[in-house]
Each structure stands twice: as structure tokens, then as C-alpha cells.
Design a protein around this ligand. Structure first.
Ligand code: ADP
Ligand code: ZN
Length: 211
């Protein structure tokens, strides 16, 4: 972000698929703010307890302490008046309120740095990230490396059977895929295969005959 005059706040958003380095980049920016002796507060949603309970941990093992929140509005309650820089990881799990909360904090003169997935396991825009991108001063879109072919990866491929929007996990459940290798229907197909296996064979026949 360019040097700004006075105590104007702003919003920086870092998006991309899983494994693209969003947490690493967030930690890098927050560490630099701390080196600059700025007062920093860091938040992440309770839903993501992948590795550490009270810290943001990147897939490469970088770590920074953070406070857990259940939703966007809880951040407003927890931000101290003197805090200058606010980091938020995994904002796609914080609900619609996060957009107004970030705007409010920026209006109060704070630098807000937010990360999140911009698309879900089917490649669809993952609300509220698109709305956050619309109000941000600065956007960084990161790409991972496709686990199939090594090309730049824009997608988060879900490898397990589930249609739920939120299935938290990393090891073996998701991988980065490029546009060409991405299979948006894979999780759905696996779910159908599983259903067929658990159904008595007669019921499966009836169902396929009816469809
Ligand atoms: P994000 O927050 O976007 O999920 P992280 O910052 O936690 O990403 O992790 C990024 C790190 O993950 C990379 O620096 C690299 O060490 C590791 N990594 C594992 N798989 C991949 C991949 N497919 N593409 C890129 N980096 C990967
Ligand atoms: Zn690929």
C-alpha cells in the first residue's frame, strides 16, 4: 500500500485457493508491522482449529498468535482503541458481517489485512469474500501449484465425499488444482458412489430404474 497521509485506514485483501500462501503472506505483513512497532491484533474464526487453537499456522509451519472469534462483530468488540493494524485469517468463515466490520475499522483509521478463499470447492464465489474485494483498497490474488500437473492453481479441489460448503481440514481432504485439472463435481460424485455402496442392491436398482 502506498504511503497515506494522516491516520487514514484501509482494507487489504489476500485471496486465492488453499495452499496459495495466504496465511504466509498475512503473517509476513503482520510481522513487518510489529517490527515497525505498530500495535497489532490478529483474529481467526473458531471454526478453523486445524493446527493451533490460538494461532495462525501456515501449511509451511509459520506461526503467529491470534485471538479466536465466532463472527465478524466479535472482532469489533475485541479491537482495542489503540490497535493500529488488524489481521483476519479465513474470513470466508466469519459471515456477512465481516464486510461492514472491516469497513468500520478502516473508517476508524486502522489498517485491516484480511485473507480468505475467494472460491469454494465447486469453484463458485465464496461469500462474503467477493463483497470484501469490492470495498478493499488493495487486492492480492495468490495462486498455488497444481498437484496434478504443476501449473499455477486457482482452485481448491475437495477430495472427499461431501456437499457441505464448509468441511474443515487440510491433510488429504483438499488439494490445489489448476483450471484444467480441477474437477468441481468430484466431491458430489464420491458422495453418490458412497450412497450406492451403502444402499441394498435392490433399492439401488429401483432408484436407477426410476431415474
Ligand atoms: P493458504 O493460507 O493459502 O492455505 P499457507 O500460507 O498456509 O497457504 O501455505 C502455503 C505453503 O504451503 C507454501 O509455502 C508451501 O510450503 C506449502 N504448499 C503445500 N502444497 C502446496 C501447493 N500445492 N502449492 C503451493 N504451496 C504448497
Ligand atoms: Zn493442473
Amino acid at each position: 500500500m502506498d504511503i497515506v497521509k494522516g491516520n487514514m485506514g484501509w482494507i487489504e485483501v489476500i485471496v486465492g485457493p488453499m495452499f496459495s500462501g495466504k496465511s504466509e503472506e498475512l503473517i509476513r505483513r503482520l510481522r513487518r508491522a510489529e517490527i515497525g512497532r505498530q500495535r497489532v491484533q490478529i483474529f481467526k474464526p473458531v471454526i478453523d482449529q486445524r493446527y493451533a487453537k490460538n494461532g495462525i499456522v501456515s501449511h509451511s509451519g509459520l506461526e503467529i498468535a491470534s485471538e479466536l472469534v465466532h463472527g465478524g462483530t466479535e472482532i469489533l468488540e475485541k479491537v482495542a482503541p489503540r490497535t493500529e493494524v488488524i489481521g483476519v485469517d479465513e474470513a470466508q468463515f466469519l459471515g456477512e458481517s465481516i464486510v461492514d466490520v472491516c469497513s468500520r475499522l478502516a473508517e476508524l483509521g486502522k489498517r485491516v489485512i484480511v485473507t480468505g478463499l475467494d472460491t469454494d470447492f465447486m469453484g463458485r464465489p465464496f461469500e462474503p469474500m467477493p463483497r470484501l474485494l469490492a470495498v478493499a483498497e488493495e487486492i492480492t490474488k495468490l495462486l498455488a501449484i497444481c498437484m496434478r500437473c504443476g501449473n499455477p492453481a486457482v482452485h481448491t479441489q475437495r477430495l472427499v465425499a461431501s456437499e457441505e460448503l464448509i468441511v474443515v481440514g487440510a491433510g488429504g481432504m483438499y488439494e490445489a488444482r489448476c483450471r484444467r485439472c480441477f474437477e468441481p463435481q468430484l466431491a458430489q460424485q464420491k458422495l453418490e458412489e458412497k450412497a450406492k455402496l451403502t444402499q441394498p442392491s435392490g433399492a439401488a436398482k429401483v432408484r436407477s430404474a426410476a431415474s
